[in-house]
Design a binder for this molecule. Structure first.
Ligand SMILES: O=C(O)CCC(=O)C(=O)O
Ligand SMILES: [Fe+2]
Length: 289
């Protein structure tokens, strides 16, 4: 494993640039990506965003703004009675790290090695270049911010999918029906998923269509099926967190408010050596149809 270099310093010029971009109305995700494209490390970009007051104020929702999205009920991982283990029905899962805002939990040993392999092998022949939701129409589009390959299982499609879905439902206390089908993504060397939010932006014209299938997305569970040798962390620039992609482990986070103040900006860092495979489960407000 390569030694990580020292984190680049946050200079006054850098903060001034971030403040100017914020004043011009550029979204947080775009400013973060511009920093990464210019060669700033994730840790430095996160720190710079957090140390620039103008950029932090973009996370605050004015109380009487009519466009403030409602605060929705969200799934959560129940506090562990026994310290680190939570009951997920057919097995106990480790809580490795927990954060209150955003609601975020890093989970250990959610999936067995056999389950990870079974999902990878069932997904492999069905992969195609990943699409993302087209925010204009509510349809799907090829997106250059997402250079992975992917596929969706339908809910309950096979025995492993059913077992994993039942475990997730129990762990998060959120019925299987209120979740999308599992999505599997494969990132080869160089592939990444640039910083984004998983909720549907209320300001985008395609959102009304997307909400018809089960309301907002309110939480995400990213499960690591295969770890790369280097790179591929899941990063959360607003909170300066990087989650290492370890096989069988997962990161869960929720966002009851479809707004940057959810602090759930996140992305998949480029894979530098090897291949990363994940399965993502998005939880919805209502039954997903
Ligand atoms: O690849 C990752 O670590 C993040 C994936 C992700 O953000 C997503 O599937 O929505
Ligand atoms: Fe995401």
């Amino acid at each position: 494993m390569k030694q990580q270099g020292a984190v680049q310093p946050v200079t006054r010029e850098l903060r001034a640039w971030i403040a100017a971009q914020t004043a011009l109305g550029h979204p947080r995700a775009a400013i973060c990506q511009a920093l990464l494209d210019a060669g700033w490390q994730h840790a430095a970009a996160s720190r710079a965003l957090r140390l620039t007051p103008e950029a932090m104020s973009s996370l605050v929702v004015p109380v009487d703004t009519p466009a403030v999205p409602p605060v929705l009920a969200v799934p959560s991982v129940a506090p562990a009675d026994s310290g680190v283990l939570v009951d997920a029905g057919d097995k106990w899962v480790e809580v490795l790290q927990r954060l209150e805002h955003p609601g975020l939990v890093v989970l250990g040993h959610l999936l067995s090695a056999g389950e990870c392999e079974a999902l990878v092998e069932a997904a492999r022949p069905r992969l195609s270049r990943s699409l993302t939701v087209d925010t204009q129409t509510g349809g799907e589009e090829r997106n250059r911010d997402r250079t992975s390959q992917g596929m969706f299982f339908t809910r309950g499609e096979n025995a492993v999918v059913r077992r994993v879905e039942a475990r997730i439902a129990r762990l998060l206390n959120w019925p299987v029906q209120k979740g999308e089908g599992l999505q599997v993504l494969r990132y080869r060397e160089g592939a990444q998923y640039k910083p984004h939010y998983d909720y549907f932006d209320p300001a985008e014209p395609g959102t009304a269509n997307l909400l018809q299938r089960g309301g907002q997305r309110v939480a995400t569970l990213v499960m690591y099926l295969q770890e790369p040798q280097e790179g591929g962390a899941t990063v959360f620039p607003d909170i300066g967190l990087q989650v290492a992609p370890r096989r069988g482990h997962a990161v869960f986070f929720s966002y009851g408010c479809a707004h940057p103040c959810s602090l759930t900006l996140h992305g998949g860092d480029p894979v530098t050596v090897g291949e990363k495979w994940i399965a993502t489960k998005w939880l919805r407000e209502r039954e997903f149809v």
